[in-house]
Design a protein around this ligand. Sequence first.
Ligand code: FES
Length: 284
Amino acid sequence: MTSDLPDQNLDLLAQRVDQLIHEIDHLEEGPRNKALELKKAIEAFHKVGLTKIVQRLKLDPRGKELLFELVDEPGVFALFSMHGLIRADVNTLAARVLEGVRPYMRSHGGDVELVKVEGDTAFVKLHGACEGCSLSAVTLRESVEETLTTQLPQIQRVEVVPNAPLNGMIGLDEITLLDENTGWIEGPRAADVPPGRPTRFDKDGVSILILPLNGQFFAYRNACAHQGLPLENGLLDTTAGTLTCPWHGYSYDAMTGHGFTTSQSHLDPFPLRLENGTLWIRPV
Ligand code: FES
């Protein structure tokens, strides 16, 4: 083993960082805590400098242009993303806001799904008790509209579009309509998925990535939108809700799979449900 770090090559550097973090994880508690403390201190130190650079560049029109050019570089993007210096786009922000109202919607038998945000309008699909003309359906729809427009000033209107099946977590009422032949496969026990760590699960020739995020689970095809490489060694930031690819730094919203690095990059989501402590996934 060599202690030399590969110069310039982002892939090799990322692999080396992963390897070292893995080795630190296996140290005894004292040295491990000290190493992690050092890592945090260096990151905090770098964040102060990077924040100053970004703030200064943003004050100058040419500096702003340069910043936009720089974040197209996967390495720079990963660095800024890691330090929370890049804000998610409006689609990602809207999806997160809707995640916040979901428990309320579900407790009333409904659900909501973001389709897209275009201009000042959010397009959503509504499910269950949100559909129809009953008083409760109208109330639930109004709460979606109010939450989105209040929390995201850039959204002025909400439009409901016709329904289609949801990605992500599936409601129990929908599950009962599915039989064994509809493609659901039994995944790991939820308790066996380490919190905050991307977990790979291979079945019938399909590689599945499971992301445990603050008590919820999300499933994707285990392939980065950049070059299709596996993501189980990616960095899952449970605070920012982002997954960063270990190979070249493409970054994704962990809850929606939406890519931050380019507008076309998107992870391929699989429906997932939790039943009696077991995760069931339907690779489609
Ligand atoms: S960023 Fe290149 S494969 Fe993920």
